[in-house]
Design a protein around this ligand. Structure first.
Ligand code: SF4
Length: 403
């Protein structure tokens, strides 16, 4: 597997109290049943506006956030989604809707824009059993992604991101999705690959204190027949087969394993025809620091009106070697001065990993922290709070008997 040295990249400065994003779940209800979902789909899962406000109060009390991912379930199934967007905006944070897009119409999009929505992250992948798109592979689904990207672009200056869960049998489509994102760099601002994870029952048993826990009730307990240990490095290696210059700039490490890449960010600059180069570690550091210095927040999502200012970003090349190379490649043709240069982010998320001794390696500086019972908790393990009141611990099989 490709080796990447984490010390060659910028460690994103996000932490528990000062982060780019927070994760609000106004509902557990969804209008799809995706294979890799981490949340039990509850028919009556909507929270009241009062509960939503209380959770936002908890974020404001404990944590600075630039954006709030309004997730679920699917937040567009919530009858008060417009109110929720307004409430987030009113508190000075960017409302980002994380949705499968099924319930999004042009009319609703307009209402959300009027309410202050900052961006959308559309979750689209081939294991969702979408009506009319069943049996389509990830490349065929680019057509659907494009429909949403065009719809959002038409509404004007709303950030548009896509994420997909990646499985052993769908990894091979990633280079094709990255290529599609490049061909739409003007309207697709972020593309995210989330590597599939599930409870590991083969090697571990689970406990809360001395009490053994049956993980059978958890939605992410699936005894996967597919790999649940794909690493971010493998995905970079795969993309490099198509584009040898592809290189990340920043990361979040694991809470237990410092050299693991839990969030691995790549920034690239280009036009629909050509990628001219990549953001380097000093460039992304300058952007995060500038934002924090002047706006008191680490940057989550950029406005589309900013992502099209790639030429301005090249000026950060004064600090950043990769941006300097990009600058010379772009201006090698002086006529490019008349062209727009776009910035696009590619994020690879490697959720919880089980280490040999049972420790669960989480994202250190997790941006997707949510609220449960007035406390901040990892959203990817919320089902454990809901079923058992806390996170369970994994212990290698046979360890308890032998001690
Ligand atoms: S720790 Fe879990 S919730 Fe947090 S970013 Fe990682 S996968 Fe997401």
């Amino acid at each position: 597997m490709l080796h990447l040295n984490h010390l060659d990249y910028y460690r994103l400065p996000w932490n528990l109290t000062d982060n780019s994003i927070s994760w609000l779940e106004p509902t557990a209800k969804c209008n799809l049943f995706c294979e890799g979902c981490y949340r039990f789909n509850e028919k009556d899962g909507h929270k009241s506006m009062e509960q939503v406000r209380e959770e936002l109060d908890v974020f404001e009390k404990f944590r600075k956030s630039d954006g709030v991912s309004i997730a679920g379930g699917d937040p567009l199934t919530h009858p008060d989604v417009i109110e929720i967007v307004k409430e987030v905006k009113k508190r000075g944070m960017k409302p980002i809707i994380n949705t499968n897009g099924l319930a999004l119409t042009k009319e609703l999009l307009k209402e959300l824009k009027d309410a202050g929505v900052f961006g959308f992250t559309f979750h689209i992948d081939s294991k969702q059993g979408r009506p009319h798109w069943k049996d389509k592979n990830e490349i065929e689904l680019n057509e659907l992604r494009q429909q949403y990207a065009e719809m959002v672009a038409e509404a004007g200056n709303i950030s548009c991101a896509f994420n997909s869960t990646v499985y052993e049998d769908t990894m091979k489509y990633i280079p094709g999705m990255v290529k599609w994102a490049h061909e739409h760099i003007d309207i697709v601002h972020v593309i995210v690959f989330i590597l599939y994870r599930a409870v590991n029952n083969q090697e571990f048993e689970y406990f809360i204190g001395p009490k053994k826990i049956d993980m059978g009730n958890l939605v992410y307990n699936e005894d996967p027949v597919t790999r649940a240990d794909i690493k971010a490095n493998e995905i970079v290696e795969l993309i490099r087969n198509d584009d040898p210059d592809f290189d990340p700039c920043a990361y979040l490490n694991g809470s237990q394993k410092p050299d693991s890449f839990k969030w691995l960010l790549t920034g690239r600059l280009g036009t629909r025809e050509k990628i001219y180069g990549y953001m380097g570690k000093k460039g992304i550091e300058a952007i995060q620091m500038f934002n924090h210095l002047f706006f008191n927040r680490y940057l989550a999502y950029a406005k589309p009106s900013d992502t099209r200012k790639g030429k301005l970003m090249l000026l950060i090349g004064a600090f950043d070697k990769k941006l300097r190379i990009t600058f010379f490649k772009f201006y090698k043709n002086p006529l490019n001065i008349f062209k727009r240069l776009y910035y696009q982010s590619i994020m690879i998320i490697q959720p919880v990993d089980f280490l040999q001794d049972g420790r669960q390696n989480m994202c250190d500086g997790c941006p997707d922290i949510t609220v449960w019972n007035g406390q901040l908790v990892w959203s990817c393990r919320m089902e454990e709070q809901l079923k058992y009141g806390q996170n369970v611990e994994a212990v290698p099989k046979g360890f308890m008997e032998s001690n």
